[in-house]
Ligand binder design. Sequence first.
Ligand code: C2E
Ligand code: MG
Ligand code: MG
Ligand code: MG
Length: 280
Amino acid sequence: HAKKWNRGQYSIFHPDMRLGALTRLQLEEDLRKAVERQEFQLHYQPIVSVENNQTVGFEALLRWQHPSRGFVPPLDFLGIAEETGLIIPIGKWVLYEACRQLRRWQEEFPTASPLYVSVNVSPLQVNQVDFIDRVMLVLKETGVEANCLKIEITETVLMENLEASRLKLESLRNNGIEVYIDDFGTGYSSFSYLQNLPIDVLKIDRAFIKELTKDEKSQRIVQTILRLASSMGIGIVAEGVETAEQLDCFTQMGNQSVQGYYISKPLESSAANSWIRSTL
Ligand code: C2E
Ligand code: MG
Ligand code: MG
Ligand code: MG
């Protein structure tokens, strides 16, 4: 009946939508508690140099173990975390935990080749005025060297305010922390920012890697990105390498690092321990 009276109203009371709204609200409340209850974990995905097959670092990836829903993937709650500001305490925890873990590895495996940990930071987090101070404090408190921490930022964040981004990135660089551009090639990006911003590494989005062995155009795009990066002294990590063919193809293109299920899925910290031990 409602439909007949008012289409707009009808849609508001549509059962699926109400469920959606409730779920969202519940999720928000649960997320609030998750911070206090410490339901978060980090998993670590190895990043390997194609040149010598050595593990050069790990990307820290956030995991939420919800008490009744089980595992909730990051993309299902990061949006809400960002909107509610909860990403600030969560992001703080991520940074601490990733650095603490790296320090533990350095102590447990003193003979391992140098490793870095790469941490994803959200737009709200980067835009905090005390972002750099916080990062430096975490390094100081955990005893991790600045060159062992990489900060992953997406290009969309940088494009929002180029001048503010430049100052922030320069400040990171002056403190010895490298900046990695995450999901490179997927945003509404302009290559011009590469000219104006101090960027150390591009992480080529897995969308390109996926097509690499099937589509010649993707190959050309990736090749062009590699050449551009190389000519500017910028490093490359390929994301989402899932097959031997993709790895081969990428290896032929030059000396970079790769990350993906073919090498390893993200690992719990204990499994990452075993991974490092196996590289000794
Ligand atoms: P991302 O930073 O681009 O991380 C890579 C994502 O691709 C991870 O998904 C990883 O598990 C997945 N992946 C790695 N290799 C492969 C592969 O070979 N094939 C496929 N299909 N996927 C692969 P995950 O862990 O679900 O994270 C999704 C996104 O959530 C991340 O994308 C990142 O943007 C965000 N994220 C994760 N952890 C954090 C965090 O601590 N803070 C913030 N702000 N964002 C985070
Ligand atoms: Mg990332
Ligand atoms: Mg990425
Ligand atoms: Mg991605």
